[in-house]
Structure formats: structure tokens, C-alpha cells
Design a protein around this ligand. Structure first.
Ligand SMILES: [Zn+2]
Ligand SMILES: [Zn+2]
Length: 91
């Protein structure tokens, strides 16, 4: 499963800056980045690697690549892990 990343609006491969544009590609792109990550519940957003998969019922499931990778490493919650890392740095 390859991670996808959507460039910011107005860049070469990103959607139009005008959010009211009529291109179906741009609209699809905006929909995708507005989905929430299954793991951290934050928006997917631009310029962030993420995975998109389909559930058994055909629902699209979005996950930040970073969140998914942290889960694989054995952490329970990405945010918990991030703050733990910060504390470690301060020592
Ligand atoms: Zn457009
Ligand atoms: Zn996430």
C-alpha cells in the first residue's frame, strides 16, 4: 500500500486555489484532504503522506502515514508518543 500526498492548492500538481472552481479533479482532491484520519481524528490536509483504503462496506478509510507507522511501532496513541518523545529530548 503506497502512501499518497496531495500538494497544496496553486502548486503544479495541487488543486486550484479557487475553492469554487468547477474541475472534478480539484473537488475530489479537496474532499480527500478534508477527511479525518482514523487514528488521530485530525484532517488529512495537504502535503502530508496518507493512506486510503476501503472498508468491507466500501467506505473510504483515511490514515496519516505517520500515524499508521507509529501504530505499527507499537504505540497506543500517536499524540501520547509525540509528547513522550519531547520529554525525552529535554533530559
Ligand atoms: Zn480546479
Ligand atoms: Zn493521523
Amino acid at each position: 500500500m503506497a502512501a499518497i500526498s496531495i500538494p497544496k492548492p496553486g502548486t503544479k500538481y495541487g488543486p486550484c486555489e479557487d475553492i469554487k472552481c468547477i474541475h472534478s479533479d480539484c473537488q475530489r482532491t479537496r474532499e480527500m484532504i478534508n477527511n479525518k484520519c482514523e487514528i488521530c481524528r485530525y484532517k488529512i490536509g495537504y502535503d502530508t503522506r496518507f493512506y486510503m483504503s476501503l472498508s468491507d462496506r466500501g467506505r473510504e478509510i483515511y490514515k496519516h502515514a505517520m500515524c499508521a507507522e507509529m501504530l505499527i511501532e507499537g504505540s497506543t496513541l500517536p499524540m501520547v508518543r509525540l509528547s513522550a518523545k519531547k520529554e525525552f529530548k529535554n533530559e
